[in-house]
Design a protein around this ligand. Structure first.
Ligand code: NAD
Ligand code: DAU
Length: 359
């Protein structure tokens, strides 16, 4: 039975990944989820699987090398899937230090603890061990509106403190692979959307605000482009890269689904109007009149677009969920989980659910 150490599993993509892995492998794997439960970590995301015998939660900070080394010492870890990070660009502009702390230093701790646990006396590594570092397309910087894509060979050119810290973490993984032949992969993915996404990010923020008749803030001219991928497709890509990819390689993961922010907002409004029943009082609140142009994000990258050719050709991965279907599934999930959103926006998820868990 393979044992996974997943970092940041209580966040958006990490929790979707854990659900995906148990759906796919059921009792064939064991998962240890280590998460510091920052504002972005919510154990309620995992309540469906928390009682499984093959799942363990450990509350710990990835910068705490004793705590991480202890997990490796007490468990024969076969796979590390490293999601834990500070992930929100706007927060990184307001408070960069914690991004450097978690994303750069935390990744260094994860790499070093895995290396110490897996390295043999002759400097090679125990067979079959693998570390996957989950990264972002933002490390490549910004594309012009009229063309070009991010390839694995595109030079790094991060602009925000968030993307700079993720670039730093990628460089550390590359350094471990080059220096020690450390068995790792990096994935650089585009913007994800789907269930359990924290409503500071564009799509859940717009869904939630629209349903409450609140303003829908559009940064700048609203024409910045992102390449949106349904989160389950990302989870699948991570598993496929780890099991079928060539070690030491980077794989770009993207949806081939470029949209301007204003288009995303309009699609959400139209889909909400379509999906809400006529007698639902929220229907009257949802309106394009709520769209409000606000000051632009500082250093706002204009366009991201991934070329997922390598992962498609080498591994056979492709995005299965088209945006039209994915956004309906996402909105349906938020309809069914109004209480989740309510506890997140009120802060109750931290007061009650997360409090039940101690290290
Ligand atoms: P998220 O903010 O929703 O979740 C981050 C998780 O990490 C939370 O559970 C949080 O508690 C935990 N965490 C933060 N600091 C920690 C620390 N010091 N120690 C232990 N745990 C800590 O993030 P997300 O959107 O799920 O992103 C997950 C990963 O995927 C990140 O590495 C991010 O850079 C990357 N990524 C995200 C996207 C996206 O669109 N969201 C796209 C590409 C890559
Ligand atoms: O590209 C991958 C990245 O996508 C991940 O690495 C990050 O962790 C993730 O947060 C995301 O970064 P973005 O900055 O692209 O996502 P966000 O949802 O914050 O913003 C998406 C776009 O929408 C961006 O151009 C800014 C804009 N925006 C965002 C918010 C929150 C608005 O116009 N209004 C808003 O209120």
């Amino acid at each position: 039975m393979r044992t996974y150490l997943v970092t940041g599993g209580a966040g958006f993509i990490g929790s979707n990944y854990i659900h995906y892995m148990f759906r796919k492998y059921d009792n064939e794997i064991r998962i240890i989820n280590v998460d510091a439960l920052t504002y972005a970590g919510n154990l309620e995301n995992l309540k469906d699987i928390e009682n499984r015998d093959n799942y363990t939660f450990v509350k710990a900070n990835i910068c705490d090398k004793e705590a991480i080394a202890k997990i490796f010492a007490e468990n024969d870890i076969d796979r590390v899937v490293h999601f834990a990070a500070e992930s929100h660009v706007d927060r990184s502009i307001r408070n960069p230090e914690v991004f450097v702390q978690t994303n750069v230093l935390g990744t260094a701790v994860m790499l070093n603890c895995a290396k110490n646990a897996w390295e043999l006396p002759d400097g090679t590594f125990k067979p079959g061990k693998k570390f996957l570092h989950v990264s972002t397309d933002e490390v490549y910087g910004s594309l012009s509106e009229d063309g070009g894509y991010f390839y694995e060979t595109t030079p790094y050119a991060p602009h925000s403190p968030y993307s700079a810290s993720k670039a730093g973490s990628d460089m550390l993984v590359k350094a471990y692979m080059d220096t020690y032949h450390f068995p790792a992969n990096i994935t650089n993915c585009s913007n994800n959307y789907g269930p359990y996404q924290f409503p500071e990010k564009l799509i859940p923020l717009i869904i939630n605000n629209a349903l409450h008749g609140k303003k829908l803030p559009v940064y700048g001219d609203g024409k910045n482009v992102r390449d949106w991928l349904y989160v389950e497709d990302h989870a699948k890509a991570i598993d496929m890269v780890q099991e079928q990819g060539r070690l030491f390689e980077t794989y770009n993961v993207g949806g081939h689904n470029e949209k301007q922010n204003i288009q995303i907002i309009e699609i959400i409004i139209e889909t909400l109007q379509e999906m809400l029943a006529d007698d639902d009082p929220r229907k009257a609140l949802v309106s394009k009149d709520l769209i409000t142009y606000v000051a632009d994000r500082k250093g706002h990258d204009r366009r991201y677009a991934i070329a997922p050719d390598k992962i498609k050709e080498e591994i056979g991965w492709y995005p299965e969920t088209m945006f039209k279907e994915g956004i309906k599934k996402t909105i349906a999930w938020y309809f069914e989980h109004e209480d989740w959103m309510e506890r997140v926006t009120s802060g109750d998820y931290q007061k009650y659910y997360n409090e039940m868990y101690k290290a």
